[in-house]
Design a protein around this ligand. Structure first.
Ligand SMILES: Nc1ncnc2c1ncn2[C@@H]1O[C@H](COP(=O)(O)OP(=O)(O)OP(=O)(O)O)[C@@H](O)[C@H]1O
Length: 618
């Protein structure tokens, strides 16, 4: 039987509908939110404000357990709905308190998050969920915001507070009007990231402040708040587990229930007698111990995620990145792509380059035929940007149907951006856990997604590292993509056997990039700064990865090429230059000051001499 185009399309459509259905079955549970024990008005709120009718699998497992008051450790894949899994039970309980809670009663729940982005995201979800429960006040505190404004908000009272650890500790120590006597829930969202960012000490200090749970004298004196009776409940959520999380779980959770760990063999921990896990089909509570160390365990990755790597010689990295991006955006009208870089300078440099680089190079400037190489909206994101700029980059990227976001790892954890279709890890992540979080920004909630990892030929050992965690990647068809790109509007026939770096498209693009950078002095300076910080960053890989990412394997001239620089710049970086400039400036100021002081002194002396002369003559 001959299959017509129409029939083919129908079959493809049917297959893709079937795949989506399977994926939905993996993600969503076959029950309702109300059957989990949540109050009906909260279920209505979930439906009306957030459009959520059915709980995800992780929500179906976690919500009843969290409602019961147990300490819980949730380990589930990225983008499976962990935020609602802990917020819904808290709101369920809080809205039930009789008499109603008031602002003066202080903070009841605290969500500790690692980054500004996640802080805002959880706060925004809270705002939507609390729309109907106006007496429960959400709020946030985080680094980079005005302390005095935060103090004023804390003084008024925040029922559910989202915070980053450093700023929270600051207020715990210095804001006497911050009332947390009624703190019932302490949640560590993306705890592993918080710890990796070096907040371990702060977290322990915060835990010890809260575990004493003593009301302060001045709080008692004010006397206008009530003390509520309850058991403290701590919750820890993470898509990956490691030794640090294990440690935090041990010091913060009492007899925790593990959710999402049922399928694995946890380490036995005799000290933790009653802990259990919910995650097997039968959802039995098993006797178990602490969580398994991720260095030997498998990672939880969405099954509908396509993962590939591309092997690129160092000197061609930039040209290959631009070619892949061009291909992606020209192939599909709507693409949302995130590219991860290892440093802030690299984000700044690539952002400016993509905003300005014009193509084709053989057409004169200001001519009609010449346009931007990348015709898509591009946004930068990194930790040195002001909070306002960061928020604006994320919200603009979210709002666009098709756009490109260039980011450091500030985006890697927990940030939920709907419809991200492609993740490119241009600079490989330090650890395999980081890989999981970065790719977790796509393929969320059962949707399809693609991830591409750039590796230099000498770094291929990183694939084995990922393989150890059950993550396997297939090779990206680079040659095919490069062959499809036209040289100055004409198709070229590349011979298959040429080394990839000799591909005519790449050679032309590389030359055009270098010409462009050398014509723009600011861009060239940015390229040099980015080169220096990239090389420095390369040397900071963890000890166990040092055999893969070895500085001595780097050809610095080729690294320079990957920033479109023709020669290797001095490794004396921006900071050193800035210090030298600063020193010279202050030396100049000192010289001037000395000179003017000397002049004043001279004037004074000549004035005195004149006076003496006048006195003698009179
Ligand atoms: N029951 C639901 N129905 C439909 N959408 C949902 C549901 N629960 C959550 N979502 C949506 O799914 C997305 C992922 O949720 P969330 O950010 O909580 O995932 P996560 O597991 O915390 O991810 P990560 O580990 O990356 O932080 C969000 O866009 C959220 O709004």
């Amino acid at each position: 039987m001959k299959i017509t185009e129409n029939t083919k399309m129908k079959i493809t459509q049917k297959n893709s509908n079937q795949k989506q259905q399977n994926s939905d079955d993996e993600i969503f549970a076959s029950c309702s939110f109300s059957s989990l024990g949540l109050d009906s008005s909260l279920c209505d709120q979930l439906k009306e404000r957030l459009g959520f009718e059915t709980p995800t699998q992780v929500q179906a497992k976690a919500i009843p357990v969290i409602l019961s008051g147990s300490h819980v450790l949730v380990n589930a894949a990225t983008g499976t709905g962990k935020t609602i899994a802990y917020l819904a039970p808290i709101i369920h309980h809080l809205q039930k308190y009789e008499p109603r809670i008031q602002r003066v009663d202080g903070t009841f729940a605290l969500v500790l998050v690692p980054t500004h982005e996640l802080c805002m995201q959880v706060y925004e979800t809270l705002q939507k969920l609390l729309h109907r429960f106006h007496w429960i006040v959400p709020g946030y505190i985080m680094g980079g915001e005005s302390r005095s404004k935060e103090k004023a908000r804390l003084r008024k009272g925040i029922s559910i507070l989202v915070a980053t650890p450093g700023r929270l500790l600051d207020h715990l120590k210095n804001t006497s009007s911050f009332l947390y006597t009624n703190l019932r829930w302490l949640i560590f969202d993306e705890a592993d990231r918080t710890l990796e960012l070096g907040f371990g000490k702060e977290v322990e200090e915060i835990l010890s402040i809260f575990s004493s749970r003593q009301s302060r004298t001045n709080d008692k004196e004010s006397g206008n708040f009530r003390i509520f009776e309850f058991e403290r409940q701590n919750l820890l959520l993470s898509a990956t587990l490691n030794d640090k999380v294990n440690h935090l779980a041990q010091i913060s959770l009492e007899n925790p229930i593990m959710i999402g760990l049922g399928e694995r063999e946890p380490h036995q921990n005799p000290s933790s007698k009653h802990s259990g896990s919910v995650g097997s089909e039968e959802e039995e509570l098993e006797q178990s111990g602490t969580v398994k160390d991720s260095s030997t365990g498998d990672y939880n990755l969405p099954s509908q995620l396509t993962q590939r790597y591309v092997k690129v010689p160092c000197g061609s990295r930039l040209a290959v990145l631009l070619s892949i991006l061009k291909n992606l955006f020209e192939r599909e009208a709507t693409q949302k792509v995130v590219v991860f870089f290892s440093t802030r300078d690299a984000v700044d440099f690539h952002y400016k380059l993509l905003k300005e680089f014009q193509w084709p190079p053989n057409v004169a400037k200001e001519t009609k035929g010449r346009r931007l190489f990348m015709n898509c909206k591009t946004f930068p994101l990194h930790g040195s940007m002001e909070n306002k700029e960061r928020t604006s980059s994320i919200s603009s990227f979210k709002a666009e149907k098709s756009a490109l976001l260039l980011s450091t790892d500030v985006l890697a954890r927990g940030v939920d951006i709907p419809k991200v279709s492609y993740i490119i890890q241009y600079d490989p992540p330090g650890e395999a856990t980081e890989y999981v979080h970065r790719v977790g920004r796509t393929a969320r909630l059962g949707r399809k997604g693609d991830a591409l990892l750039f590796l230099q030929p000498v770094e291929k050992g990183y694939l084995d590292e990922l393989e150890k965690h059950g993550v396997s990647l297939t090779e990206y068809p680079l040659q095919k993509v490069l062959d499809s790109l036209p040289l100055y509007g004409q198709k070229h026939l590349a011979r298959k056997f040429v080394a990839i770096e000799m591909h005519p498209w790449l050679l032309d693009l590389q030359m055009a990039l270098e010409d462009f950078i050398y014509a723009e002095s600011k861009l060239k300076t940015m390229a040099k700064d980015a080169f220096v910080s990239w090389v420095r960053g390369y040397t900071t890989h963890k000890l166990e990865l040092k055999t893969i990412f070895m500085k001595k394997n780097l050809h610095l001239g080729h690294v320079a090429k990957s920033f479109a620089l023709r020669d290797q710049p001095s490794l004396v970086g921006k900071s050193v230059h800035q210090q030298i400039k600063k020193r010279m400036k202050s030396e100049q100021i000192n010289k001037k000051r000395k000179k003017s002081e000397q002049q004043k002194q001279k004037q004074k002396q000549t004035g005195q001499r004149k006076k003496r002369k006048v006195a003698v003559t009179t």
